[in-house]
Structure formats: C-alpha cells, structure tokens
Design a protein around this ligand. Structure first.
Ligand SMILES: Nc1ncnc2c1ncn2[C@@H]1O[C@H](COP(=O)(O)OP(=O)(O)OP(=O)(O)O)[C@@H](O)[C@H]1O
Ligand SMILES: [Mg+2]
Length: 295
C-alpha cells in the first residue's frame, strides 16, 4: 500500500493582510505523481514554494518522512537537513546561459556534494541519458530548442537524485507534441526510479495522462483530492466546470495525435492545427488524396 512521503497539514500563508492559503491539507504518496490544479492566482506556486523551503507557512506544518520540516516554529536547520531531497524543474528550465550543458548539470553537484569529478561526469551522462539526450555536454543552452532546454533542466534536477521532483507548469511554454514528451519523461522517472512527483499544471490533458492523484486548489483550500477517475465523476459543479473548460484542449490534443497517425498532413497540417486550436468543430479527417473541402 502507498505511504505518504510528504504531508501538508492545515498550511496557511499570508502576504500582508491577504491570506492566500487558508487551510491546505495534502498527502503525497511515495512513488506517485500528484498533480495540483486550480485557477490562476489561487496559490499553486505558493504551495510549491512552501514545499521547496523558499517560503515558510504562517500556520500548519509540512511533514517529510514523518518529521516536521517546516512550520512557523520549526528552525530552518530542520529544513536544511532535507533540502537536497527535493528537486525542482523551474519554468523555462532556467539554465545558466554562459555555461555548457555539462556544467549546468555539474554546477550544483560540485557545490552541494562531495562527489569526485569522475562521479560527477558519470551523473551528468546518466542524467542526460535519462531524459533521452546524448553527447550534448559541450553545447551551450542557446544552441538548444525549448524542449531540449526543459529536458536539460530536468536532467540537472534528476542528477541530484532527489526523493521528490516538483514541477511548476512544466509544459506551459511548450507545443502539444513537446508537452507530451515532457509528460512521458515524468512517467519514465516514476517507472525507472520510482520517483515521487508533484506537478502543478493548468492542463487537464496532462493531468489525466500522468496523475495518480489530483488535488484541486480553490480559494486557498484543497477542495478535491482523488484519482483522475474520481475527479471526472465528481458532482461538484465548480469542479465539473473547471475540468470541462479544459477538456476541449484535451480532446483537441488527442485529435491532433490521431490525425498525425492517420493521414499525411503535409498540405492541410497548418490549417488543421489552427482549426483544432481555435475549437472549430467541423474539421474532418480526410484521406490524403482528397481535399478538406471534399469531405
Ligand atoms: N512573494 C509574494 N508576495 C506577495 N504576494 C504574493 C507573493 N507570491 C505570491 N503572491 C500572491 O499569492 C497569490 C497566489 O499566487 P501564485 O503564484 O501561487 O498563484 P498560482 O495559482 O500559481 O497562479 P498561476 O496559475 O497564474 O501561476 C497571488 O495573488 C499572488 O499575487
Ligand atoms: Mg503559478
């Protein structure tokens, strides 16, 4: 049976007079992927920053492996003991532009661990291979595509061998194909390393694809925590509205992948793509010998 590796209990966070997190309770199970969803500005990134130790709760507590690591009264030294257990993929990867890919990955290993240079080179290679990249250690970040930069960012986090990986909107700046690759990598890390992951996402398509558990934040509280199947069958009208508002994009992504598989899109691809993402309903899959108008 799954065990909670991380718990947020009654977590509260204020900014001046404004309370952003009222009473957040979340259980993160070991080896699972938990997606946190919710409207913009409702405090998803603030939850993540509290878990990462970048902010401290004003009430409640955060428990890792049975020990309180953060609360208004817990000394920072308690968090410092477990800081290395958390890995973060920053939005847009946040690579150092003046360093090679290899040095980007090696930098924190050199700063934070006592590994030998040989061991560091091994970790760099393994980290890159884990995200499907090879022999790019000497390239500069500017030479890479957006998707490759995200993957290098992920390799950098994974090379530190964290117990929990956190992602803040890992697919938001990427096209649907590249988003799917990042989702596959998150699933891969679970399959290969039994990695526990927390993924903040706006994209219900990604959440349905990768999540073992979904938590929904609304007005500073978790109003739902359960499996993707359970959220789909929730009778709460706000939840239904939220998830169905995103369902169109989910179906559009599935439709696009289906189109990619079935027809040679060379001539109609751009038009089809545009129609799908503008929610035009009448698009039909047509054999490549026929034009869209014939369908
Ligand atoms: N350091 C800060 N100081 C003051 N207010 C902050 C700070 N960080 C976040 N907030 C406020 O907390 C609220 C929640 O912000 P947060 O970034 O967590 O939202 P979010 O759910 O991640 O939104 P999005 O989906 O747009 O990323 C916002 O009103 C934001 O202005
Ligand atoms: Mg955010």
């Amino acid at each position: 049976m799954s065990q909670a590796i991380l718990k947020l209990e009654h977590v509260k966070k204020n900014f001046g007079p404004k309370t952003v997190l009222h009473d957040v309770n979340i259980e993160i199970m070991r080896g699972e992927i938990t997606c946190i969803i919710g409207q913009s500005g409702h405090g998803k990134s603030v939850i993540l920053k509290n878990i990462m130790g970048l902010m401290k709760p004003d009430g409640g507590r955060i428990i890792f492996d049975g020990k309180v690591i953060s609360s208004p009264t817990t000394p920072d030294s308690e968090y410092d003991k477990v800081r290395h257990k958390f890995g973060l993929l920053f939005q847009g990867a946040a690579l150092f532009d003046s360093m090679t890919v290899g040095d980007n990955i090696g930098f924190t290993l050199r700063e934070r661990t006592n590994l030998t240079e040989e061991e560091i080179q091994e970790r760099i290679k393994n980290g890159l291979s884990m995200v499907g990249l090879h022999n790019i250690e000497h390239q500069m970040p500017a030479e890479l595509s957006g998707g490759m930069r995200s993957r290098v960012g992920l390799a950098r986090a994974v090379a530190l061998e964290p117990d929990i990986m956190l992602y803040d909107e890992p697919t938001s700046a990427l096209d649907p194909i590249m988003s799917d690759k990042i989702n596959d990598l998150i699933l891969d890390l679970r399959a290969k390393l039994n990695m526990t992951s927390i993924v903040i996402t706006h994209d219900m398509g990604s959440a349905y694809k990768i999540a073992d558990r979904i938590c929904m934040l609304h007005n500073g509280k978790i109003i739902f925590q359960g499996t993707p199947a359970q959220i789909r069958s929730s009778r709460n009208s706000y939840i239904q509205k939220f998830i169905s508002g995103h369902r169109k994009l989910f179906y559009a992504m599935e439709a696009e992948q289906e189109l990619d598989k079935q027809v040679n899109l060379s001539s109609v691809h751009k038009e089809a793509h545009k129609k799908i993402f503008h929610g035009v309903q009448e698009l039909k899959v047509v054999p490549k010998t026929r034009s869209v108008g014939d369908a």
